[in-house]
Design a protein around this ligand. Sequence first.
Ligand code: 5AD
Length: 375
Amino acid sequence: MLDRILARGEAGAGLSARELTQLLNLEDPAEQQALFDAAYRVKLRHVGPWVRLRGLIEMSNFCIRDCYYCGIRRSNRRINRFELSFDEILAAAKNALGFGYGSIVLQSGERSDPDFVEFIESVTAAICALPGCAGITLSCGEQTMETYRRWRRAGAERYLLRIESSNPRIFRSIHPADASFDDRVAALHRLRECDYQVGTGVMIGLPGQSGADLADDIEFFHRLDIDMIGMGPWLPHHDAPLRDVEPETPERARKRFELGLRMIACTRLQLQDVNIASTTALQALAPRGRELGLLAGANVIMPNAGGIEHRADYTLYDNKPGLDENASETRLALEQSIAEIGEKIAYDVAGTSPHYLKRQSSQEKQPSPEPRIGD
Ligand code: 5AD
């Protein structure tokens, strides 16, 4: 029974929500391993044993949002707010490109004031002009069409905006009233309209979230024809109210970790050729978490490429790993741990999502208007 589902998933036949739910709820270690192995083979078929790296620069923790799960939420007065200067960001980007990371992710808390919009625009343009820069991803929250356009014109090609949960009820339970599920979906549509490679994702193991909800999340990624996925287990933060809804226990942490791996594997089976990140949240729960994510079907890692001065001020959740590991140490450690699992780092590449490339080339052959995502 399980073998048949996995074989169909591996062949890219598309699994039903019920089948995905069944896979997401697997607990038996041998059955989980069979799921990871099937997803791993699908990954090998599409991208090989190559890990694509993105140098992550955490630019600022100022944020206008007050998400119940996040450590840098607006109302958290107990963190030191910081913003890197233009020169600091550029220096971190040069350093990351010097490491051969090829592609840079610029992430910050959300702001939409004119100064911020202009700052991101100019820093994006400056990084784009650096030798060796093969792609910039922005992760700066919900913005207007005009802002997304400006940043796209400045040279950003990819954008990450997690839906956090595709179930509107769960979305509402983890956000205050000023965050709207429909607005977030609309922002994802705008990104596609502006011709970004669009990335989204969810938190895994949220209070009140079931295997069936996660299966629906995968269906959401599919429906929106998403190019890149970044997702990881939800982790409590001591100053964020969601931690009180479901106090942490070692058993719960272990379960969310395993569920995180199964979610990666199921997403790989269902979406096949997208880029999937093995995120730091996995590493926060297990020292080799990100490597296990790669073995369950992920193919991207986003090593921190910024300085360590502000690391601790950018803690979205407790136990963020690598707080005192500088960018060179991170790179060395990654090289070693990736070699240990028999994979290789793809240096100096853009690492564009194969899914995006296929969509582009099919549009060139067929110059009919691009269907809007969600249609
Ligand atoms: N646990 C796990 N992930 C979190 N994020 C924010 N806070 C947490 C948390 N407590 C994730 C969100 C956000 C991304 C930048 O970080 O999914 O989109």
